[in-house]
Design a protein around this ligand. Structure first.
Ligand SMILES: Cc1cc2nc3c(=O)[nH]c(=O)nc-3n(C[C@H](O)[C@H](O)[C@H](O)COP(=O)(O)OP(=O)(O)OC[C@H]3O[C@@H](n4cnc5c(N)ncnc54)[C@H](O)[C@@H]3O)c2cc1C
Length: 301
């Protein structure tokens, strides 16, 4: 029986783990990966006290800190949460089940997919949601990047230095990115920019071989080895559907102490209705959720 189980090891969950373990709570942190969105972030320049740090480096440092206070960690996806009659929670992760008195949801955001047939099957076989993580696998190859925001333009620029050619495909007529980034992308000779263009089809069984994209009235077939989908992030909270209140975007509704509508369940960070999704905000909320869970347990005693 754990005092708390934290779901998600992004900066929010890792901070919650640091605070919970320092209150001597028996804490389990279950996550699909360690670091969450910050493992895709190259340079972080707004974490107070640290002028510049790479995202993965900050994740490792937070993990080491949490471990030093005694958190137990599992790499797995939580697939089911059951609230039991006695008020405790049964958490299903992979083949295992864990019992806990409280739960802290810190599941953050996940990459928004294109929702095209074959997309799921081709993930890791040509399709990626992270140029910073997977870009190196496409050295000298032809790739496409889809999206028109900072992440997409950054991915296109990064890939233009690794791949032989990059198609940058965006459905809009004007990029929604920093001017400096747009200028850098336009300077790169091997980036072919396709505005007002939508990807309509993915081809490939074992691996991605081509995509179809609209170009005005035409549909072009482009032979590509890789496709980087950089069209933003979304909340995925089906796991707690029916357990807690969520807003129209599926974000978990919390109060100032991180409480959800279900007793014993707390939430923090990007997964909540918080308007500003930032590391330091997630960390603050993670700390609040852990201290609230502690207070909840004290109240029960
Ligand atoms: C490219 C990029 C650059 C950014 N740059 C900055 C920046 O410079 N400064 C800044 O302050 N913010 C930045 N951000 C935002 C910042 O990364 C987020 O606000 C922060 O990571 C949110 O932390 P989180 O822990 O709430 O969620 P996340 O980081 O999304 O972590 C959620 C974790 O939960 C896990 N998870 C989800 N569902 C499950 C499940 N069912 N079972 C188990 N585990 C699960 C995920 O695998 C992940 O590990 C950036 C974001 C991106 C994408």
């Amino acid at each position: 029986m754990f005092d708390t189980i934290i779901i998600g090891a992004g900066p929010t969950g890792l901070t919650a783990a640091i605070y919970a373990t320092r209150r001597m709570m028996k804490t389990l942190l279950i996550s699909k990966n360690v670091g969450g969105q910050i493992i895709w972030t190259s340079d972080i320049e707004n974490y107070p006290g640290i002028k510049l740090i790479r995202g993965p480096q900050l994740a490792v440092s937070m993990q080491e800190q949490a471990k030093s206070f005694g958190v137990e960690m599992r790499t797995a996806e939580v697939t089911k949460i059951e609230k039991q009659a006695d008020g405790n929670f049964m958490i299903h992760a992979g083949q295992e089940k864990f019992l806990s008195k409280t739960v802290i949801i810190a599941m953050g955001l996940s990459s928004r997919p294109l929702d095209l047939p074959g997309e799921k099957e081709l993930v890791g076989r040509g399709i990626s949601y992270c140029a910073n993580c997977d870009g190196q696998f496409f050295r000298g190859k032809v790739v496409a990047v889809v999206g028109g925001g900072n992440a997409a333009l950054d991915a296109a620029e990064v890939m233009s230095k690794i791949a032989s050619k990059v198609y940058l495909i965006y459905r809009g007529s004007q990029f929604k990115a920093f001017e400096i980034l747009i200028a850098r992308v336009k300077e790169r000779k091997n980036i072919d920019i396709m505005m007002n263009s939508n990807i309509t089809e993915l081809t490939g069984k074992e691996k991605l071989t081509a995509i179809k994209a609209t170009s005005g009235q035409e549909v072009k077939e482009l032979a590509v080895d890789g496709l980087f989908v950089e069209i933003g992030h979304q909340t995925q909270t089906d796991l707690v559907a029916g357990l807690v209140e969520r807003d129209a975007k599926g974000q978990i509704t919390i109060d100032l102490s991180g409480k959800t509508s279900l007793a014993g369940m707390f939430a923090a960070g990007d997964v909540t209705q918080t308007e500003f999704k930032q590391i330091v905000i997630g960390c603050g909320q993670g700390a609040v959720a852990a201290l609230s869970a502690y207070k909840y347990l004290q109240g029960k005693k």
